[in-house]
Design a protein around this ligand. Structure first.
Ligand code: TYD
Ligand code: MG
Length: 453
């Protein structure tokens, strides 16, 4: 029996049907099912034979130059982009509302304009006068950036077709409205359609398009996740409110390394670049205190020293709390379990709080040992040896595993005045940056050597 052709797709949940109906059985939405003709059935089906031709990989010329990039001159931004802006690329910049996306992109727009690009800043959220006011506050009112306050996608694309910019910034994708889609701005359908049109504009006209996306917790408007797969580069702008540090992190980049970070500091006159993040992250640190451990980490291609802070306190009867900021809660539970079952140090009946100083988020497993050190130091109420950095991955057996880029970590610590390092045995430390090394094979040795337990 021939398979039924499932051409009718629900635009809300993606369920496929063989015939049209008014209501989607899968998600219960009305009027969301539309017919989607397969390309092989459409009028241009024959074109496939000539235009979509496959060629052997070996036939592709290896002499093709890498795409020319334009650097903005903002070194922190250029590094995260992988060296600069690539033409015909689509970039998503996501982040919480109020974190500073518009400020960052207005500064970036001015820098790229100074670097010779023709830049258009499309604001769907603020009127031109407001953007101009912001530019004044940032001291950028003379920048050669064109402004458009518009939300109708069709009008925007017409303008862009006439103006032929090199860089378009769309702030934000959730305010854009495509008249071909029958739902409100900010809905999944609208966000997807707008991102698709803008990405296509980037590819066909050779412009770079930056889209701003608000991250939403309540789901009222569609988050940037729905466009992540369409674009070439995904950057997130992060930071804790109340902290002055902001981190631009690349989570996907077709034209450069992922996981690269750029560090900025918020000031009254906009974002200032931070060339030496370690010094800034450690600047709030006082004399060695119980519960504090300095981790020598790697973010992207760069070593960064960061302080972990832990607090362990008797829990009121009943549930003990585990609270983490800047680190994975599951990983904390794992380290507590290893400390308990391999080293015989129980945390039951104790509240545990763990915090990464400065509002950084750490995801490297290499931070395990620094977390364990901070927890033990808090529990024993004993400070770690002064001027010491800690790193290493902890396995479930309690063994310490070597981690990558040991030499870079040690050199950075040496540069910032640290004199010793506690690290896993094995691995290539190379030139240790003048630090005294204390290599250890497992967590039990660490507990014994450092805390005498
Ligand atoms: P804004 O760029 O509007 O955030 P978003 O576009 O992500 O919603 O910034 C929020 C507020 O913070 C705004 O009132 C300006 C202020 N701000 C500064 O004063 N200095 C700075 O360096 C930044 C980034 C923001
Ligand atoms: Mg904004």
């Amino acid at each position: 029996m021939a398979k039924p052709v499932l051409n009718f797709i629900c635009q809300s949940c993606g369920a496929a049907y063989s015939k049209w109906s008014g209501r989607c059985d899968a998600c219960g939405q009305w009027n969301t099912i539309h017919e989607e003709k397969l390309l092989s059935q459409g009028p241009g089906a024959k074109a496939l034979k000539t235009r979509g031709r496959a060629v052997p990989l070996s036939d592709l010329s290896s002499k093709e130059p890498p795409p020319p990039r334009t650097a903005s001159g903002m070194a922190e931004l250029d590094r995260v982009l992988g060296g600069g802006l690539v033409p015909a690329s689509a970039i998503l910049v996501g982040g919480d509302p109020g974190i500073g996306k518009s400020t960052l992109l207005l500064q970036a727009a001015a820098s790229f304009a100074n670097a010779g690009l023709k830049v258009i800043y499309v604001s769907g959220e603020e009127a031109s006068a407001q953007v101009r006011l912001r530019a004044q506050r940032l001291g950028l009112e003379q920048a050669a950036v064109k402004l458009a306050a518009e939300t109708a996608l069709r009008d925007i694309l017409t303008t862009l077709d006439e103006e032929r910019p090199d860089l378009v910034i769309v702030d934000s994708i959730q305010t854009m409205w495509a008249d071909t889609v029958d739902s409100a701005p900010g809905s999944v359908g609208q966000v997807r359609a707008a991102a698709h049109e803008l990405t296509r504009f980037a590819k066909t006209r050779g412009a770079a398009v930056v889209m701003v996306g608000h991250v939403t917790k309540d789901g009222q408007i569609a988050g940037p996740r729905v466009v992540e797969h369409m674009v070439d580069t995904v950057l997130y702008f992060e930071g804790e409110r109340g902290h002055q540090f902001r981190i631009l992190r690349s989570v996907k980049n077709r034209f450069g390394p992922a996981d690269e970070i750029g560090v900025f500091e918020m000031t009254g006159a906009g974002l200032a670049q931070v060339a030496n993040p370690s010094a800034l992250f450690l600047s709030e640190r006082g004399s060695p205190a119980p519960g504090s451990a300095v981790f020598a980490g790697i973010e992207g291609t760069r070593p960064v020293l960061i302080e972990f802070q832990a607090l362990v306190a008797p829990a009121p009867a009943g549930q003990a709390r585990r609270s983490v900021v800047g680190w994975d809660g599951g990983r904390l539970a794992m380290i507590l379990a290893v400390l308990e079952s391999r080293c015989g140090i129980p945390f039951a009946g104790l509240d545990v709080y763990l915090n990464v100083a400065g509002g950084m988020k750490i995801s490297e497993p290499a931070a395990d040992l620094a977390v364990a050190a901070a927890l033990l130091s808090a529990r024993e109420d004993a400070a770690l040896p002064a001027e010491t950095v800690v790193f290493g991955e902890i396995s479930l057996s309690g063994a310490l595993r070597p981690v990558g880029q040991m030499e870079n970590r040690l050199k950075e610590a040496g540069k910032l005045g640290f004199s010793s390092a506690i690290l896993p045995r094995g691995g290539k430390a190379g030139d240790a940056g003048g630090l005294a090394l204390q290599p250890m094979g497992d967590l039990t040795t660490f507990v014994g050597d450092v805390f005498g337990a």
